[in-house]
Design a protein around this ligand. Structure first.
Ligand SMILES: C[S@@+](CC[C@H](N)C(=O)[O-])C[C@H]1O[C@@H](n2cnc3c(N)ncnc32)[C@H](O)[C@@H]1O
Ligand code: SF4
Length: 358
């Protein structure tokens, strides 16, 4: 068991100087990243994530008192930083629906040990907030954008997105110093696959990094079928035919995207092949849902409730023990163990993507 260095219950705004006490899980993997879902609500209804038929006007989202407060989030993030987390990512649902998000960013950005603070967004509200987000201390944004074709984009947002508004958000984010902006594209066969090269062409030379993501069997609501997956290998072949690329090394251990650069100097693209080439081996991510469940795998069927002990008044040392014991016991490697066939018939209830933010 690690040694905890934070002793009493701290005021989250006045964190004492702490010594890192890194942990490794049962498979020897360190804890480096924490993804924090701020809320389960979203202004989009992407069919593969929050299909309108299920997330309709009667759907009961978390109530404010069920969601972690900023104080609670900061305490968990500070505890995670002591255990080795240096990267935080704010996500959702749609994190920019949280009107006070800059207050939280200011607090997270100054936590000891945090070197990288990023945010994943659908980009609809980004143009209006990019400058404030940067000023609050956010380092980078990732924008999800599945097609550069207006109509397909709109359909993939559940009829709610506006492509020009998202493109304006990407521009403002770059100007606010939140780059390099990453553009995440979930590729689905027969849906947006045929628009991928146009999207790449649009962003070539912009300095933004497009990442092509295999449609994953996360959650149980999106009717995932292996036939809908376009293997990265196939996309890479298509890219190569149009613009030759060469592989480049990882930026850091545990990076999920395989990186390539265009030989003509037009920038970088990435492939995230979670279905055809799982990368559990060096996965160092934990995910905190808006209601305070900590998940140690994207495909987890259960998490650990952190909100309950927080609200029962645990001190920092006890919180540290809880977080480290969760990580020490972790042995998840769902993607490596599942075959696409098993995934289709997966009977366990898995956590939904909109709860843990990708
Ligand atoms: C759940 S969203 C939350 C943040 C924000 N609302 C957004 O869309 O960027 C995070 C990411 O998960 C991705 N995602 C959702 N469902 C997915 C699936 N089944 N397979 C692959 N990626 C998925 C989205 O495309 C998005 O890039
Ligand atoms: S992928 Fe993001 S934008 Fe789309 S419904 Fe899910 S949370 Fe909302």
């Amino acid at each position: 068991m690690h040694n905890t260095r934070m002793t009493s219950r701290s005021n989250p705004d006045e964190m004492p100087a702490v010594q890192p006490a890194p942990v490794a899980d049962a498979l020897g993997r360190p804890l480096h990243d924490l993804r924090i879902s701020l809320l389960d609500q979203c202004n989009f209804r992407c069919p593969y994530c929050m299909p309108e038929a299920e997330f309709h006007s009667e759907y009961e989202f978390l109530k404010r008192q069920q969601r972690l407060t900023y104080d609670e989030i900061v305490r968990v993030a500070a505890g995670a930083a002591i255990l080795g987390v240096s990267k935080l990512r704010l996500t959702g649902g749609e994190p920019l629906l949280d009107k006070n998000i800059c207050d939280l960013i200011e607090r997270l950005a100054t936590l000891p040990g945090i070197e990288d603070l990023a945010l994943t967004t659908n980009g609809m509200l980004l143009a209006a907030s990019a400058e404030k987000l940067g000023a609050a201390g956010l380092h980078r944004v990732t924008v999800s954008l599945d097609s550069i074709d207006k109509d397909i984009f709109r359909a993939l947002s559940g009829g709610r997105g506006n492509l020009d508004q998202v493109l304006a958000g990407i521009k403002e984010a770059a100007e606010a110093g939140l780059g390099p902006v990453k553009i995440n594209v979930v590729v689905q066969k027969g849906v947006n696959e045929h628009t991928v090269l146009d999207l790449l062409e649009f962003f070539r030379g912009s300095g933004h990094i497009v990442r092509l993501i295999e449609f994953m069997d996360v959650g149980n609501r999106n009717g995932w079928h292996v036939n809908q997956v376009v293997p990265s290998r196939k996309l890479l072949e298509e890219v190569q035919k149009r613009w030759p690329v060469r592989p480049v090394g990882k930026n850091y251990p545990g990076e999920v995207a395989r990186r390539y650069e265009y030989l003509d100097g037009a920038g970088e693209i990435g492939f995230i092949s979670s279905v055809t080439e799982p990368f559990c081996g060096d996965c160092s991510r934990a995910r905190l849902s808006a209601d305070g469940m900590l998940y140690t795998c994207l495909f987890a069927n259960q998490g650990t409730d952190i909100r309950d002990p927080l609200r029962k008044g645990v001190d920092d040392e006890e919180l540290q023990e809880i977080l480290s014991s969760i990580w020490l016991q972790r042995a998840d490697r769902y993607s490596e163990l599942r075959s696409p066939d098993i995934a289709e018939h997966h009977v366990l209830k898995k956590v939904e993507m909109y709860r843990i933010g990708g």
